[in-house]
Design a protein around this ligand. Structure first.
Ligand code: ZN
Length: 360
């Protein structure tokens, strides 16, 4: 993976879910004042952040999910940000894992797409704490499918502590694209959503040839379609490949080159093709997800070894909504219901990672 001698790694050998790490955790020096905070193995909340250092000011790209994880990252960045304080915080999309540590970056101007900003304001860290508590209790005391689904839902948040977490709200919003000047250098923000969420943004640093992809690229971890349509995600990947860049920092998983972006595109083309077939045959989204994820073709593919393959359950439901002309905006209760089914599918994939989510 792309990193220099100047990288500062944490030395941890286990991921937050207790898996052996596939890549090193810590701050990677990508050259020219561009740094990536990489979190193995790219599972739930194990997302990557970025720091672009200019003359007398720097830009932070995404926080971590909770305050302790964000604080650890900011500490590692301190030798860089002491001279060049964080003046901008760019949030690539509304998901809490990329934004709920924002309380620790109070002085910065917070930049988001207008769509991400309005989606972010709907999310409440307190309800995540509540969900974690309730599902934790039911995972211990429940039985049958309740136990299985709650084991999964609780497992998602188990490594995190949402005390002090705050949903991000932007001080500056934009649509389509904008340029930010950071200590004498230009940073391009390009809206790629609605795709993973309603307002995904990718960040291109033209003077270094680096793209921070947000959750438009997952590497070695299964992407999830919360908003869509799928075609929009695929076309934003095509546009990403046209940018002048060789290094791509995914939202989750290790740094990659163009091949990582292409792989993401192939995954969605495959899933989209399959789901359209099942939809035309009148098979439900739930059954389609089961059939694909537990089928022979999938088992023999690389996708079966990606982290959290069961996320196909959410992607199937959202794709079906688009095929039926309903649009991709799920209400919170609908999300929970889909995640419940996703948890049950996960328990039928005991060989998948992270093990703590797939095996009781
Ligand atoms: Zn994410």
């Amino acid at each position: 993976m792309y990193r220099s001698e100047a990288s500062k790694l944490t030395g941890r050998k286990r991921s937050r879910f207790g898996e052996a790490t596939d890549f090193d955790e810590g701050l990677y020096d990508l050259g020219n004042g561009v740094h990536a905070w990489m979190v193995p193995n790219g599972s739930w909340g194990e997302n990557n952040s970025g720091l672009v250092v200019g003359d007398g000011g720097s830009l932070l790209l995404d926080t971590q999910w909770d305050v302790p994880c964000t604080a650890e990252m900011l500490d590692a960045m301190r030798p860089l940000t002491r001279e060049a304080p964080i003046k901008h915080l760019v949030i690539t999309h509304a998901d809490g894992d990329h934004s709920w540590g924002c309380a620790l970056v109070r002085e910065a101007e917070v930049v988001m797409s207008a769509a991400a900003d309005s989606e972010s304001r709907e999310l409440k860290p307190a309800s995540m704490t509540l969900m974690s508590g309730v599902t934790g209790a039911l995972a211990r005391a429940g039985w049958g499918n309740v136990k299985k689904a709650c084991h999964y839902l609780h497992g998602m948040t188990a490594p995190y502590d949402f005390k002090g977490a705050v949903a991000a709200s932007a001080t500056t919003t934009f649509q389509k694209r904008t340029t930010i000047e950071v200590g004498g250098r230009e940073i391009h923000l390009i809206e790629a959503g609605p795709a993973h969420t309603r307002g995904d943004v990718i960040v291109h640093i033209p003077d270094t040839g680096v793209v921070f992809c947000g959750d438009i690229v997952f590497n070695g971890s299964t992407p999830v379609l919360w908003a869509g349509p799928l075609e929009n995600w695929v076309s934003s990947l095509t546009k990403m490949l046209e940018l002048d860049a060789e290094t791509f920092v995914p939202g989750h998983g290790p740094i990659c080159g163009r091949e990582g972006v292409l792989k993401m595109k192939e995954y969605w083309e495959y899933i989209g093709r399959e789901l359209r077939k099942y939809h035309e045959a009148g098979i439900s989204a739930r059954d389609a997800a089961y059939d694909i994820a537990l089928g022979q073709e999938f088992a023999e593919s690389e996708y079966a070894r990606w982290d959290s393959p069961e996320r196909i359950m959410t992607s199937a439901h959202v794709t079906y909504r688009h095929l039926e002309g309903k649009g991709g905006h799920l209400k919170p209760a609908e999300k929970v219901l889909i995640l419940w089914k996703q948890g049950l599918l996960a328990s039928d994939m005991p060989g998948a990672v992270p093990a703590s989510m797939h095996r009781p």
